[in-house]
Design a protein around this ligand. Sequence first.
Ligand code: FE
Ligand code: FE
Length: 318
Amino acid sequence: MTTSIPSEADWDYAPGLLEGAMELELTAEQCGLRYWLQAVPQGTLRGRPDGYDPALKVGPHMLQGPFYDAITQEYAFRALAEEKATRVLSFLVASAPDLTSMEFYATQLIDECRHSMVFRNHLLSLGVPVQRLTEAVHEFAAPYVESVLDPLEQRCLEVMRDERDFIGGVVMITVILEGALAPAAELSERKWRPIDPAAAEIDKGAGIDEIRHLTVGADVGRRWLQEHPKDKDRVVAMIRRGMEMWDELPTHDMVYDREVRFQAGLELHADIVGDYEIWPGRRLLDTTPQERQDTADAWSDDMKAKRLKYMGLEDALG
Ligand code: FE
Ligand code: FE
């Protein structure tokens, strides 16, 4: 029996995360549980239960030194962020106003839970002993758990758990969290590609899921606001507050730290990277931490603006 895999979820045909999130339109009606069963377990993830082709092995240059420091900090942080996202999404599933959005958010919940698992388990491939995994995740991520993750989680819990505000939660997740994090994920996939191909595949698979989360989230938000125009001012205020949080939290320091370690790895292992281009016409070896960070920030601004316009929330851009 064959099942048809939609091209946006097909490993070989899916667009990149940024391109897909900017160009595609998907709805919760299209992306229900039945769609997910065919598109994701039997599509995107076929042959990649751990998020990457099992034939890919982690090279010795990843097992110690600056690349090890960069990826363990990054993946541990992302494993925890995805874990927290999974837990808060349960409140969005609970408060979904209809079966269509309930099904979609239930699939997103499993996607985020899977992301947490694959980021966490990649630490095993990097040599962390399995008995120490949970502890190691917390240690590697430690510098930015209290200062970045906890306040964002707290804000999500206020909106989704305490206020049971469905549309507030949708917008929080789509614009403030995933909208802002997606460009960092795209950067990650591009920069690890020649250095740790298994990691790049983990990022690619998560990115395919993310296209769905961002496009469906934007459609849910847009339609809700068309039907409930009175909610608009409240949602705009919520987005502004979320964007302010993003500016106040040390997210820039976190990404910069990561990029500095990555840079030290590039200098040590230039032979592995060779002439690989991180984006057309630009060799990864010629980039700097600031340049990579600025590029991801510019992608983030573009994506935020486009998403907000699509939902009719351009007022939030101030
Ligand atoms: Fe995720
Ligand atoms: Fe997501």
